[in-house]
Design a protein around this ligand. Sequence first.
Ligand SMILES: [Zn+2]
Length: 49
Amino acid sequence: MVIYNGRVDPYHPDKSRYECRACGSRVDSGGVCEKCGSKSLVNIAVPRE
Ligand SMILES: [Zn+2]
């Protein structure tokens, strides 16, 4: 059981590939945010350059 409780985590390219634009949580599956239920997930798997 993992609780982030609003903590901002560093970027984990090997784990989470989606970021919720509503609460900022990173989740590893698209669709609905695990934390707040928002559907505003953004795919962040693309390399940052
Ligand atoms: Zn969220």
